[in-house]
Design a protein around this ligand. Structure first.
Ligand code: MLT
Ligand code: MN
Ligand code: ZN
Length: 295
């Protein structure tokens, strides 16, 4: 299976247009690469590709990746879009795909409901192209086509429910992806608030884990005076600390652990920071846009 990180930043990207924090300022001055918003493309055969999440930067991300370029006419290698949640950084790109003849969309009923009745993105999209919704059921394996299988799993969260769907089950999911003709297992988990025993069981022993690396510290945004909430309160387990993701993941037997969905304030975005060194010294990685992994 092949994975391409299309966008490695959290909502807003890096740098974020209205942010002058030390990391955004450093990225603007060229001290680190800019990053687009959170999304990956996955394929078992390098011919048919599946997006997991559609970011507001999807157009640039597709142009930057020849694997997703159309062949001849308007036949595109993009087979379907899988969603982990209904956040705007993961779904606004759906509207930018409206030129498609039809779009196959995998989402839980909870996420689909928000996209129809909350943000309304799918209702709007349906005015441009046909949307084939495939309901995602956590725990059930699905063959996506192109030799790729996936199984979603529920990710419990107390994250603010912006669109008030009232539904908690299936509001956020992660995906376990496998090639049907062998190869390893990829777990994609761009948003996780706590590594519960059930989530640890999903991750344990996978070959590659792309995991929520939003904030380094739990109080990162509070210290910078940018927000009143901790990282956990926003639905994202911080990396640092005795109960942070790095310490918990270090013992889980995952071959490659790569942090994605990086917030613009996170010091691991820059190569020469002590925080980045801690990640690397623990044998883990920080995703960049365009990173490709064979699993
Ligand atoms: C989040 O995951 O909390 C988001 O990145 C928020 C956003 O899209 O603004
Ligand atoms: Mn996000
Ligand atoms: Zn910033």
């Amino acid at each position: 299976m092949f994975v391409r990180v299309l966008g490695s930043a959290a909502g807003g990207g890096s740098p974020q247009w209205n942010c002058g924090c030390p990391v955004c300022a450093a990225v603007r001055s060229g001290a680190g690469p800019p990053r687009t918003q959170s999304s990956i493309a996955v394929s078992a055969d390098r011919r048919q590709w599946f997006l997991v999440n559609a970011s507001p930067d999807v157009r640039t991300q597709i142009e930057a990746f020849p694997g997703l370029h159309p062949r001849g006419d308007r036949t595109t290698p993009l087979e379907a879009v899988l969603l982990t949640d209904a956040e705007l950084d993961h779904t606004l790109g759906l509207l930018l795909l409206r030129e498609a003849r039809a779009l196959r969309l995998y989402a839980t009923p909870a996420v689909h409901k928000v996209l129809c009745d909350g943000s309304g993105l799918v209702r709007t999209l349906e005015r441009y192209c046909s949307v084939e919704w495939r309901p995602v059921v956590p725990g059930a394996g699905v063959s996506l086509g192109g030799g790729l299988s996936c199984r979603a799993f529920d990710v419990p969260t107390t994250k603010r429910d912006r669109f008030g769907s009232g539904e908690n089950h299936g509001r956020v999911v992660g995906y376990r992806l496998t090639g049907e003709r062998g190869g390893g297992t990829l777990v994609y988990l761009p948003g996780v608030q706590a590594l519960t025993p059930a989530l640890r069981a999903e991750i344990e022993g996978c070959d590659c884990l792309l995991v929520d690396g939003t904030c380094w510290r739990d109080d990162e945004l509070i210290r910078l005076g940018l927000a009143g909430k901790t990282s956990r309160e926003m639905g994202h387990l911080p990396i640092d600390g005795a109960d942070g993701s790095l310490a918990q993941l270090a013992s889980m037997g995952v071959r490659r652990t790569i942090f994605v969905h990086l917030n613009n304030t996170n010091p691991i975005l820059l190569e020469d920071t002590p925080e980045r060194r801690v990640v690397e010294d623990n044998g883990m990685e920080v995703a960049m846009d365009g990173l490709e992994v064979e699993v």
